[in-house]
Design a protein around this ligand. Sequence first.
Ligand code: FES
Length: 105
Amino acid sequence: MSTWIKLCRVDRLNNGEMRAFNSENGKRILLAKLGDKYYATDAICTHRYAELSEGFLNAEEKTVTCPVHLSVFSLIDGKAQNPPSELPLMIYQTKVENSVIYALI
Ligand code: FES
């Protein structure tokens, strides 16, 4: 069953930034802010072990690029857009309450 997991306060993430968090249930979550929207996905690449927060955020395309073999993932639906990764990232719904960002995990 999914639960809302607290990630951070809104003032800890500026527009155009991304950051990884260890959630209370042991998952590592990537949170990105683009415009007035927050995007939460798994923080580890689906190809091999790589921290996507060390990759590249593309605000226009709403994608994150893995820093190791450069697969690009959509922050909207998690799909891998180029090899070597073929598996999508899990994506998570987000909400803000009392200036705190949550993800439904
Ligand atoms: S580890 Fe991310 S594409 Fe290979």
